[in-house]
Design a protein around this ligand. Structure first.
Ligand code: FAD
Length: 387
């Protein structure tokens, strides 16, 4: 019998393997990863600079320790380049591996903005321990960082860089920070709190080019030009413009792919032996590139592999934004929910509720002191429909 094979040793791959091992101590399990197999918490990367944490300090477990914990074969520095669905084999540069069932936990790449200029190669992004180490090296001894993108990662880095003593500019084409998570009023409260802490915002503007001030010097300051012609000079430019799910392997293997690898409620792809979990997977037209749904999906998938099919039913899962200048918790309504935001100011915070035409809570956003109400609101969101 061929083993279960997991491609990817990030949060999705490791969470699934951990859950599966709770149920099946000895069934053969092989994990293959393009990186060195070191396990870390990705959300910690955008809150570690002020605490002077090196990449080494953020490493929770090296490959050898992970191998022992999971009682699994862990193949590191092996990039899988092909999946043969007919013969149930994956191939890397130096060989093939058969699978009984295959879990794709491939993650996502940072999205690249279409920028002109000779400084585009110098634009950094942080998506793993290695790129965190490179970013940390790049800002060492420098003063200013410009961040492209005011989403969760951009806002968290802005707060962390300020706390670490840097001058920070943030650019976003949206007119507010956290455009996918927050309605305007709480978003403006976050804008103001980070602004008071020192962030210089450039909202409603697109960066169009990044150029070196000295074409011959790789560490020369960079000039970011906005679509209104204004320029910002920065020692380092960090792109935090969202993610692109890694789908090329699945696509080349003939699996159904939309934005992500399309899976059903059981995390099964269009091939019945192949499953997908984490940033690379798309269910019901939604991507869920966050920690909580990965943990929940990993548990459901482990049960499906152990006994019988277990659907990954996602309850309301708020996203916690690590911006100490103004803590934020957001649980946005679904894209097709209709209704209206009702915003209440509390002392030291804001409570925004998205209510549909039947008076039912469909989503919420909390800032500051109101974040303490998170559990009550999740309970209200999860309450069964009357009748
Ligand atoms: C800076 C930052 C901060 C974040 N903060 C938060 C937060 O506060 N809250 C939250 O909920 N979420 C947060 N997220 C998102 C969350 O961290 C991710 O959703 C999650 O870590 C994704 O895990 P994953 O296993 O799907 O992908 P990854 O961790 O990227 O793992 C992908 C794995 O696949 C491997 N791989 C890829 N292709 C191949 C191949 N061809 N062959 C072999 N191996 C391959 C890679 O080597 C890697 O091991 C943050 C993300 C970032 C970048």
């Amino acid at each position: 019998m061929e083993p279960i094979v997991i491609i990817g040793s990030g949060l999705a791959g490791v969470s699934f393997a951990r859950q599966y091992r709770k149920l099946e101590r000895n069934a053969p399990l092989v994990m293959v990863t393009a990186d060195d197999g070191g396990f870390y918490s990705k959300p910690s990367l955008s809150g570690a600079l002020a605490g002077r944490k090196t990449a080494q300090k953020l490493l929770l477990k090296n490959a050898a320790a992970l191998r022992r914990e999971l009682n699994a074969t862990l193949l590191t520095d092996v990039a899988i380049v092909r999946i043969d669905t007919a013969s149930q084999v994956v191939s890397g540069p130096s060989g093939e591996l058969g699978y009984s069932r295959l879990v794709l936990a491939l993650g996502s790449d940072p999205a690249r903005l279409p920028l002109a200029g000779d400084g585009t190669e110098d634009v950094l992004s942080v998506n793993d321990l290695g790129s965190y180490a490179r970013f940390r090296d790049a800002i060492h001894g420098r003063n200013s960082v410009t961040i492209l993108g005011a989403g969760l990662v951009g806002c968290e880095f802005a707060n962390d860089l300020l706390a670490a003593g840097y001058a920070v500019d943030v650019i976003d084409i949206a007119s507010q920070p956290l455009p996918r998570l927050l309605p305007p009023e709480p978003a403006m409260a976050l804008r103001d709190a980070l602004g008071e802490a020192g962030v210089r915002w450039h909202l409603g503007r697109a960066a169009v080019s990044v150029a070196r001030t000295d074409a011959m010097q790789s560490r020369s300051p960079l000039v970011v030009t906005l679509d209104d012609g204004r320029t910002i000079q920065a020692d380092v430019v960090l792109s935090a413009a969202g993610v692109e799910p890694r789908t090329h392997l699945a696509e080349a293997a003939g699996l159904a792919v939309n934005r992500g690898i399309v899976v059903d409620a059981f995390l099964r792809s269009s091939d019945r032996h192949i499953f997908a979990l984490g940033d690379c997977a798309e269910m019901n037209g939604s991507m869920r590139p966050h920690v909580a749904p990965i943990a929940l999906g990993a548990r459901a998938l482990a049960w499906s592999f152990h006994k019988k099919e277990h659907a990954a039913n996602y309850p309301p899962m708020p996203v916690i934004v690590n911006t100490p200048a103004l803590p934020v918790v957001a649980c946005p309504p679904q894209i097709d929910d209709t209704g209206r935001w009702h915003v209440r100011r509390l002392s030291g915070g804001m409570l925004a509720r998205f209510i549909n035409h039947e008076g039912r809570l469909m989503g919420f956003a909390l800032t500051g002191s109101a974040c303490a109400k998170r559990h009550d609101l999740v309970r209200e969101l999860s309450a069964p429909l009357p009748g």
